[in-house]
Design a binder for this molecule. Structure first.
Ligand code: SAM
Length: 295
């Protein structure tokens, strides 16, 4: 059977099933074999691998993954796609389909069951309306993952890869880079999809660190600092942290910054991940004491 990456085959499949694309599910299906080859290569998929695919659509990427991997588990929310996938993937016995919302699936349990808890690869052309919850959900749940190689909106890929002092640098950059090393594999124009999305796209590979690149005593406090710092990114750190609800005083933030050799007028956008981690450790004790005094 000819692959769905041939646009003609995708068009025939739409007609055969009278398929109506659902905008609310972020349905833009890939129709470019070169892009798919690049994604599989960048992910480094081998016959040893179990791959988790999020949102298989018609199964275009799934066909490539099934040929390259030992086993593919594909989670699709749209029940109208399940009979179509059963048809387009009939030649691939190593694919398991799950009709569910990826945000509701216990991926940790799935990986234990299907891959003995060994790290899996995540490969997907993601639904853009939930890119961040999917990626951060997988990292924060500490699901064993080698890498995630995913299609996202171009601007989101730029934010994930950005460093300090750039306009794209923000809470997402720091959150992603705490868990993984980002690498933008390719930019992908709208004409590689049916229907064409209204935005540019990019493939990004996030290679999970074995250990986080910085040591921090309290991860959730670190991320509450980061969120507050970029909630008001034009304000100095003492102001943005206090206004953002971190339980510290402006004086304490200024003192911690001085101890780090930084000005109290510095903004969050200038700090590296390592500096945020150090600030977090310095402030955590103070914040803890302030909360105790309130009780
Ligand atoms: N992988 C296909 C391709 O590249 O042609 C389709 C990609 S399309 C951008 C995103 C897919 O994710 C759609 O099939 C959509 O129905 C599915 N999807 C959307 N939200 C989802 C969710 N919460 N859980 C699982 N799948 C979802």
């Amino acid at each position: 059977m000819e692959k769905l990456s041939n646009p003609q085959v995708t068009i025939e499949t739409i007609k055969k099933y009278d398929f109506a694309f659902q905008k609310k599910f972020g349905q833009n299906f890939l129709i470019d074999g070169h892009v798919l080859d690049k994604i599989i290569k960048a992910a480094g998929v081998t016959k040893e691998d179990m791959v988790l695919e999020i949102g298989p659509g018609f199964g275009t990427m799934t066909q490539y993954l099934a040929e390259a991997a030992r086993e593919v588990v594909a989670v699709e929310i749209d029940k109208a796609l399940i009979p179509i996938l059963t048809d387009t993937l009939q030649e691939y016995p190593n694919v398991t389909l799950i009709n569910d919302d990826i945000l509701k699936v216990d991926i940790g349990a799935l990986v234990r069951e299907k891959n003995g808890g060994r790290p899996v690869k995540v490969v997907a052309n993601l639904p853009y309306y939930i890119t961040t919850p999917i990626i951060m959900g997988l990292f924060e749940a500490h699901v064993p993952i080698d890498n995630m190689t995913v299609m996202v909106q171009k601007e989101v890929a730029a934010r994930m890869q950005a460093g300090p002092g750039t306009k794209d640098y923000g809470a997402l950059s720091l959150a992603v880079q705490y868990y993984a090393e980002p690498y933008i594999v390719a930019n992908v124009p709208p004409n590689c999809f049916i229907p064409r999305p209204g935005v540019g796209s990019a493939v990004i590979r996030l290679t999970r660190w074995e250990e986080p690149p910085v040591a921090v005593r309290d991860e959730s406090f670190l991320f509450s600092l980061v969120r507050a710092a970029f909630g008001q990114r034009r304000k100095t750190l003492p102001n943005s942290l206090v206004n953002g609800g971190v339980p510290v005083t402006k004086e304490a933030v200024a003192a911690a910054l001085h101890e780090m050799g930084l000005s109290e007028n510095v903004r969050g956008e200038a700090l590296t991940l390592a500096q945020f981690a150090r600030l977090s450790d310095l402030l955590r004790n103070i914040a803890g004491k302030m909360l105790m005094n309130k009780l």
